[in-house]
Design a protein. Sequence first.
Length: 367
Amino acid sequence: MAPSSRARLSIDLDALAHNYHVIAAEAAGAETAPVVKADGYGLGAAPIARRLWAEGARTFFVARLEEGEALRAAMAHRSARILVLDGFMPGAGPRLAAAGLTPVLNSLDQVAAASRFAQHVGGSLPCALQVDTGMNRQGLGRAEAAALVQSDRLAGLSIELVMSHLGCGAIPDHGRNADQLAAFRAVRQLFPQAKASLAASAGAFLGPDYRFDLVRPGISLFGGGPMERPDPRLRAVARLEAPILDIRHVGAGELIGYGATIRADAATRVALIGAGYADGVIRATRRGGQAWAAGALRRLYIVDMDLTVVDLGDASAQPGDMVELLGPHALLDDQAQAAGSIAHECLVRLSTRAQRIYLGAEASAGA
Ligand SMILES: *Cc1c(COP(=O)(O)O)cnc(C)c1O
């Protein structure tokens, strides 16, 4: 019997290192710069970035200023380059500078604010510039970028990286990829001295045209397939398990759980598992999601706050046995699809109620 009914979240740093090298080999010739925003996709930015540093990563991306400050502190004594995707928010200059963070400038307003700050403090401020190539999310317009290089509005700024982001990278044949690629090629010509980056995880697997100087993988480091379905080259980093609390018989046609929609088709046995949506199991996973119990993938009936109910059939199992709700068997992309979501959301929802265990070392010998 497990000593506690608490769920357990193991985070496998060796699997992370494996995935990093798979991506780095795929993107050979380009730098692989991990994205560790949202606390390393919910898995702990500090241990993740430190292990990736030990594997050779030198450039990291976060979303928020605060994430950058926390990562800088976690990376003490390491000369990591840390870029902040949110860029240069009003008044952020002193904090960005104090933590040695590089802003990704996303608009003319951000360019102006960064330039004012740089001229105020003197010297040249390293920045990245994001240009929108058709996703209509972050980034300067292409005409804005072209006008910018003709102007004096970059005074005080050293644009080290020009980047853009793909809207359909996970669908290799989608025509939007080629359109964005062509647009990005034109944009990067405007900044011949800067490095260029277009690819996140999905783009890193789209072939040499999409790699440029630097790729920015997030989800595939954590085992999410670049095409939003399981990829056998990648290993699961997060594994959520919880013990069986009880096993019950349910008669044919009987209702299970809240409401009156979920019925057992035939008489069966169900296991009550000690993890629910408060531990990060997405409630909608009950529609088609599976759990790995007693050596097989088995249907999920319900996901409540503290409990998940799994169909055991006549498998032999007993209270205290651990069931995997996410991990090397209950695959991230499959669970995400069952939940009507994507792997990114399944990971960042994993909560702190589950006990966290890191497997593998943060730093390899000598790093
Ligand atoms: C989140 C993000 C990434 C990483 O995306 P994945 O799909 O997790 O690989 C890369 N670039 C930008 C701009 C992002 O916002």
